[in-house]
Every structure is written in structure tokens, then in C-alpha cells.
Design a binder for this molecule. Structure first.
Ligand code: DAH
Length: 349
């Protein structure tokens, strides 16, 4: 039989063996595709060429070689498919290995923010004032001369205007509010008595900045109007506010002062919480800390909003929120509070 093998058959067998040997070493999809083109490809495949050349062979031989070539074709196709699947399985396994997730590793911690110290104080103030029956209001930071000064009994030529250096937007008309007091007038205009209201927010002053002065800071303003309110009510409200903010047992005192929109007017002081009244650096050895301004709302201000001063009276008070924060946490430089330095802020989690 061996002798009857033709050249074509011997070539076919050699090609088959070569193709099989090559295939065994291939391990990528690309090299498999290249192998397929070289042996089984429609255009240039070696085996395809054999099949195409069958027509030139004599009848009997054409049949034998044709059958052998078809058998080789089927064999190579089956081998290719098996090899493909093996390569794919290996690649999938490698990908899984690459993307392996160790579910026992600790997670990545997401940084957590926290409430700014000034906001913490404002939340405490709001809770305290609401518990005392006051309602929270809001007002514009860009204010008119009328609300910031004139309606508060500060006409244009009033010397007390110099108490607060103003950032003007339109000189004599529009400004950045220098105090939260203009909201007293805005609130009274918007309702009839009784009034129990408070406002918190930024105020602006064109001042030289240092450890105790900022050009932008915050105030809280309280206002109560009713029939028969007296200075005793003012005193009681301030005492309750201070105790709620700084702790029970702290005394407050009113000291005569002057504000154009209150009559009488008083500064209010609180026992120095650092030395408990003995005298120290924080209270400048007086035993008292100045907290803010207050007084009975001036009849002219009441008349300006259409309230009858012979029926209604009230009190108002205002103080700096930074001051409260600085006393609470022993902060010695007001600039730290609005400086946005995370090393500072992270201490108030
Ligand atoms: N607005 C004043 C200031 O910024 C503080 C103040 C004084 C507020 C007396 C008041 C008050 O409500 O009655 O200096």
C-alpha cells in the first residue's frame, strides 16, 4: 500500500503533521487566526490549494486525494476549535486571577466632614432662642442705608454712624450691612406685635484686621415687642441666653451705654468663665466679659414701623457669634474662624 501512495498524498500527510505540530504551540487568539489563514484560509490556505488543485488530477487519484484532503480538513478544523476553546479558557482564568478581589481587605475610608465651629455655635443659639419662644428670621447682607442706619434712628449726619466703618456699594444708598439690627425694622414692618424674633448672619465692617477684629463676622440679634415689656424682661432674656450658651450659674450685668436705636441702652457683660470672676488675662483682670449691646427699642424706631409706642414696647440685643466661639474654645485669634485652615477646623469634630 505504501508504495501506491502518491506524491499528493505524501504532501498532504506532511502538511497535516506540520499543521498539528504548529497548532500545539499556539496560545493566543491572533496566532490561531494566523494559523487558520495559512492552512484553511479561502484565499491562501495550503489545504484549500490542494482541494482547488484536485481538478487537475486523473479521475481515480482525484477521488483518493479528495477524500484524504477532506478528512484532513475536518481534522484540522476540529483541532482548531478545540485549541481555541482551550486558549479562551486560559485567558478567562488569567483575567479572573488579575481581577481577583480580596473581600476580606478593609474598605477605603471616605473622609467625613463635620459642622464648622461657627455653625455649631449658631445651631446652639437657634436652639436656645427657639426654646425661649423666639422665631428665626433672615435678612439681606446687601442692605440699604435706610434699614442699616436711618430707620434705626441714625440720620445721615448722625455722629454714631462713625461707630461702624461701612463698606459702601452705592455711597449713601446701598451698603453691606454693618450689623444685624436692620432686621429689627424689617421684621416689625412685616408683622403686628407681639414679636419674638431673632436673626443670625454675616455683617461687614471696613476695619483694620487683627487678632480680635475681622472685616466679616457674624452677629445674633434678638427682638421682642409686646404690651408692657420692661427692662426686667431684657435682663431675664439675656441671663437665660447666657446661661444656656455658657453654662448655669454665670451672672450677667447691664452697663449703661449708648445706641441710637435703643433708649435706655446697655452693654451686657457676663462673669468671666476662665477665672470665675477673679480676674485674668481673658477678662483683662476685670472679672467680666463684654458680650454685646442691648436696650429698650427707641420710641422713634417703633413709630417708624407704625407701632404705637404708648401701647407697645420691647427690647433688643445683639452680639458677635465669633466672640462666643472664641470664649467657648479658648481661641485667641478671630481670623482662625473664617480662615478655612483644615488643621484648625479639624479640631472641632
Ligand atoms: N447693632 C449693635 C452693634 O453692632 C449691637 C446692638 C446694640 C444690637 C444694641 C442691639 C441693641 O439689638 O439693642 O454694635
Amino acid at each position: 500500500m505504501a508504495n501506491s501512495e502518491t506524491d499528493e498524498e505524501r504532501q498532504l500527510t506532511a502538511m497535516r503533521n506540520r499543521a498539528r505540530a504548529e497548532l500545539e504551540n499556539l496560545d493566543t487568539a491572533e496566532s490561531l487566526e494566523d494559523w487558520r489563514t495559512r492552512y484553511l484560509g479561502r484565499e491562501r490556505g495550503e489545504l484549500t490549494a490542494v482541494l482547488k488543485g484536485l481538478g487537475k488530477l486523473p479521475g481515480e487519484q482525484r477521488k483518493i486525494v479528495g477524500q484524504a484532503a477532506n478528512a484532513v480538513k475536518m481534522e484540522l478544523e476540529a483541532l482548531l476549535e478545540a485549541r481555541r476553546q482551550a486558549v479562551q479558557a486560559r485567558e478567562r482564568a488569567a483575567a479572573l486571577e488579575r481581577e481577583r478581589v480580596d473581600v476580606t481587605l478593609p474598605g477605603v475610608a471616605t473622609p467625613q466632614g463635620h459642622v464648622h465651629p461657627l455653625s455649631q455655635v449658631m445651631r446652639d443659639i437657634a436652639r436656645t432662642m427657639k426654646a425661649m419662644g423666639f422665631q428665626l428670621y433672615d435678612g439681606p447682607e446687601v442692605e440699604t442705608d435706610y434699614y442699616n442706619f436711618e430707620s434705626l434712628n441714625l440720620p445721615p449726619d448722625h455722629p454714631a454712624r462713625d461707630m461702624q466703618d461701612t463698606f459702601w456699594i452705592a455711597p449713601g444708598q446701598i451698603l453691606l450691612r454693618t450689623q444685624t439690627s436692620p432686621n429689627q425694622v424689617r421684621i416689625m414692618e412685616s408683622m403686628r406685635p407681639p414679636v419674638r424674633a431673632f436673626v443670625m448672619g454675616k455683617v461687614y465692617r471696613n476695619e483694620a484686621i487683627d487678632a480680635s477684629h475681622e472685616a466679616v463676622f457674624h452677629q445674633i440679634e434678638g427682638l421682642a415687642i409686646d404690651e408692657g415689656l420692661t427692662m426686667a424682661d431684657l435682663r431675664g432674656a439675656i441671663a437665660a441666653f447666657v446661661e444656656a450658651m455658657f453654662g448655669p450659674g454665670l451672672r450677667t450685668r447691664l452697663r449703661p451705654d449708648y445706641f441710637p436705636f435703643t433708649e435706655p441702652s446697655a452693654e451686657f457683660d457676663v462673669d468671666c468663665m476662665t477665672c470665675k470672676g477673679k480676674g485674668c488675662r481673658v477678662c483683662k483682670y476685670s472679672g467680666w466679659l463684654e458680650m454685646g449691646g442691648s436696650g429698650m427699642v427707641d420710641p422713634r424706631v417703633l413709630r417708624g414701623v407704625g407701632y404705637d409706642p404708648s401701647v407697645y414696647r420691647g427690647f433688643a440685643f445683639g452680639l458677635g457669634i465669633e466672640r462666643i466661639a472664641m470664649l467657648r474654645w479658648d481661641i485667641d485669634d478671630i481670623r482662625l474662624l473664617m480662615g478655612n485652615d483644615l488643621r484648625f477646623l479639624r479640631q472641632f469634630t
